[in-house]
Design a protein around this ligand. Sequence first.
Ligand SMILES: Cc1cc2nc3c(=O)[nH]c(=O)nc-3n(C[C@H](O)[C@H](O)[C@H](O)COP(=O)(O)OP(=O)(O)OC[C@H]3O[C@@H](n4cnc5c(N)ncnc54)[C@H](O)[C@@H]3O)c2cc1C
Length: 379
Amino acid sequence: MRILVLGAGFGGLELSTQLSEQFGEEIEVVLIDQSGGFVFGFSKLDIMFGRKAPSEVFHPYRDINKPGLRFVQSAIRSIDPAAKRVETDAGPFDADILVVALGADLDPPATPGLLEGGHEFYTIPGAFALRAVLEDFEGGNVIVAVTSTPFKCPPAPSETALLLHDYLTGRGIRDQSTIALVMPLGLPIPPSPAASEALLAAFGDRGISWHPEKLVRGLDPDRKVALLSDGSEMPYDLFLGVPVHRAPAVVAQSGLTVDGWIPVNPLTLETAHSDVYAIGDVTSVGTPKAGVFAEGQASVAAGQIAARLRAGSTPPTYDGQGTCYLEFGHDMVARVTVTFLSGAPPVGALEGPSQEIAADKSEFGTSRIQRWFDRSWAS
Ligand SMILES: Cc1cc2nc3c(=O)[nH]c(=O)nc-3n(C[C@H](O)[C@H](O)[C@H](O)COP(=O)(O)OP(=O)(O)OC[C@H]3O[C@@H](n4cnc5c(N)ncnc54)[C@H](O)[C@@H]3O)c2cc1C
């Protein structure tokens, strides 16, 4: 029995770990990713704002050493969901059960002017390069903006604006700067009125201007203005953007997507093809695109697969619950827990912000690295 897991991100790592824990050498799990290692989404902000060194946040896949689990570093070139066969640069792989966990790709060139006149902070190279850009920044108008929907980790632009305030204050150039946050949503975190209210209050206290229900469609680098979806313009000296997201091309070409993402049974994470599952950002399951939701889906898909392999066990079903950590700046973090697929409208309770929850967030990262890579990490 061979299970092919495509993508070693949040979802693929968790699913492979659970299958190895439950079945060890009884089954063969092959985990394929083109990258050499894993980086948490939140580590991108740590690098950008100089809180960590790049080498501290990169977790090499060569450290994975679990019974029954083999990691293959290779680009996946095609997926045949009917045959459960993939072509990679390392040759073809056939599977009995296939799990697609290839995340969302980012497409900075899709936003006119973004690369020529601004910066994006969602890719690893983009966020890492911003560290030097911020160090050289001498003050001026900064825009943090989203360019399209859907986008990963909806709280991340708000966190970026708050951390930027601390960063510019620390450098003594906050007085010479403005910070504007342009978001497509009506509230910073629509499913959590309490978290939204706390964030809006934090923006107000720090003089961050909030521009809801708008996107930045492009930049005019010559005039140094951002072009907004409502036809207005905003001048900028430094532009930090969330680029366009799309399913990886190999997924789109496989025929698995509908309207850009893979539809799945929301209870089981199965696709329209038998024995083919999809988890995480690559799906349109109905939760936000975030690591905590990819992890919850991985857990349910692993349980479904386990029940298939061990007759008699009851498979778990997915309810879309996740707990997100929210950086408020001043070394304080809050926590929001939301359940998206219970049938009732999702409402997220807010805890914090506090330094205790900041320590919990650190433990969240540390515990994942311990589980997935069997080594300690001070996140
Ligand atoms: C700035 C920022 C902050 C964030 N903060 C948080 C946070 O605090 N909490 C949270 O829960 N989430 C956060 N996120 C979101 C989180 O990073 C993602 O939602 C999460 O990683 C999705 O997991 P996934 O397994 O679906 O995909 P990913 O983790 O993106 O993994 C997909 C994998 O597939 C691989 N891949 C893609 N195409 C191919 C191919 N053709 N061949 C081989 N391999 C391929 C990629 O290399 C990648 O490793 C943040 C994101 C950003 C950008």
